[in-house]
Write a protein that binds this ligand. Sequence first.
Ligand SMILES: NC(=O)C1=CN([C@@H]2O[C@H](COP(=O)(O)OP(=O)(O)OC[C@H]3O[C@@H](n4cnc5c(N)ncnc54)[C@H](OP(=O)(O)O)[C@@H]3O)[C@@H](O)[C@H]2O)[C@@H](O)CC1
Ligand SMILES: Nc1ncnc2c1ncn2[C@@H]1O[C@H](COP(=O)(O)OP(=O)(O)O)[C@@H](O)[C@H]1O
Ligand SMILES: [K+]
Length: 497
Amino acid sequence: MRTAYGVDEVRAAERDLMARLPEGALMQRAAAGLAAASAELLGRVYGSRVVLLVGSGDNGGDALYAGARLARRGAGVTAVLLAPGRAHGHGLSALRKAGGAALEAEGSGGGTELGAEAALRAVARADLVLDGIVGIGGKGGLRPLAARFARAARESEAAVLAVDLPSGVEADSGEVRGEAVRADATVTFGAYKPGLLVDPGREYAGVVRLVPIGIEPAGAPAVEALQFADVARLLPRPGAESDKYRRGVVGIAAGSAQYPGAGVLAVAGAVRSGAGAVRYVGAAAGEVIARFPEALVHEGPPSHAGRVQAWVVGPGLGSGQDGGRLVADVLGTDVPVLVDAEGLRHLEPSVVRARTAPTLLTPHAGEAAALLGVPREEVESARLASVRGLAAAYGATVLLKGATTLVAAPAGAPVRVNSTGTAWLATAGSGDVLSGLAGALLAAGLLSGDAGAVAAYLHGLAARGASGGGRGASGGGPVAAQDVAAAIPGAWREVLG
Ligand SMILES: NC(=O)C1=CN([C@@H]2O[C@H](COP(=O)(O)OP(=O)(O)OC[C@H]3O[C@@H](n4cnc5c(N)ncnc54)[C@H](OP(=O)(O)O)[C@@H]3O)[C@@H](O)[C@H]2O)[C@@H](O)CC1
Ligand SMILES: Nc1ncnc2c1ncn2[C@@H]1O[C@H](COP(=O)(O)OP(=O)(O)O)[C@@H](O)[C@H]1O
Ligand SMILES: [K+]
């Protein structure tokens, strides 16, 4: 499991350790990690041009000490001091002693415009920029001078390495207010911070490397990400004694005359995901049977369809009364229920909260916004707060889809984050496949948080496989939702193999 801790937990762990170590030891460990990552990005340190963006806190101190190490190896290092009187004193002396230079970056108004010009020129000509403007001490959006240099770093050809986290990204949430540094890579110290794993922050962080400096945050992480081994451990496996009922029967109430394809795709996701059997209820029975003769189709309300261990309701339902009746009927059962897409329009928080069996809601940002009664942009910019808020409001597990998918439990357990996907997944119908996949896992007996997180993981892996992009997040080519469903068994084998 990859875990991420909030600022308060990191600071507490830092205090504990600092009390036992000589002064400055942690910063030296951080600087050593930074210098090593810088050398990797540069390829050749000797003769390279390195610019340090240095704020007024310890984040700038890390950058200065790393700069001193690079200067000793023959790099030309220039520190741009954003708050000249308040830069880390010992760090600055170390840099100067190693042969580095410092420029004052004032000039947004009262200061010396010449200083700012020289500093901006240095950034433009650099091979590597180290972003030490702010780390976990950053508050609110970047101030104007800092924002100006964040922009300059982005516009320069230089590789950008963020110190601890990209300045302007909120450590606890991944929120970005206004300008932030766009890094090619981030070296983070002691523990991942939630903002490095959750969008939009994750996108600003580039490749993240954790440098263990000895701190061990206590208590539950704020965010966690399943890794291969976690998923392998959670995947249901048929035992020798299994029969189809013990494997799990999943019911799919999806699709309408207007959107029959959603029913077919949800069934496709379920059929490919180890369900013992798939029951289908809805207006697309003919299409479903034509594509999946293994499905069992039923007429009448879902609750009369026979034994089912979990229901999926919502993909492709009409928004009229029929959809509402179907959702109410399914929510009235005492088995786990996944509600997706149009089904989400028919949700009553009190009805969901009153259920005794688990409920898993799977909105994308637009649907989550409608449930919360806020604009979509608000969900997209504050994804962690949104998914937590929904889980609390509905007393349900909530899976918020997107480039990073978040899964929050109602009782405040760590939020799970998944980023196995590929941008090619942003294609119509891929969410329907996910609902069938997650439904099959619920039917197999996974807890709703596990079912959501494992489904997101496999779904992303399947999409990468189908797109030919391998395990990297980018690359590959277009995929259709059907291809994603077809690739689920391969992703499953990849995890177990
Ligand atoms: N934790 C650990 O174990 C270790 C932590 N280490 C390092 O320490 C870092 C934390 O250092 P930190 O506490 O000094 O805070 P930091 O991030 O430098 O920022 C504070 C300064 O920024 C300023 N400022 C604030 N907001 C701003 C804004 N929006 N825009 C512009 N400026 C803004 C603020 O100014 P003020 O509000 O005071 O005017 C204040 O002076 C951490 O990220 C890691 O790199 C390592 O050395 C080793 C072990
Ligand atoms: N930029 C992206 N990168 C990776 N995955 C994405 C991206 N955008 C969307 N996705 C994924 O694609 C799927 C889209 O689902 P959804 O929005 O419900 O589409 P639909 O309703 O058409 O099926 C989700 O699993 C989501 O996490
Ligand atoms: K930083």
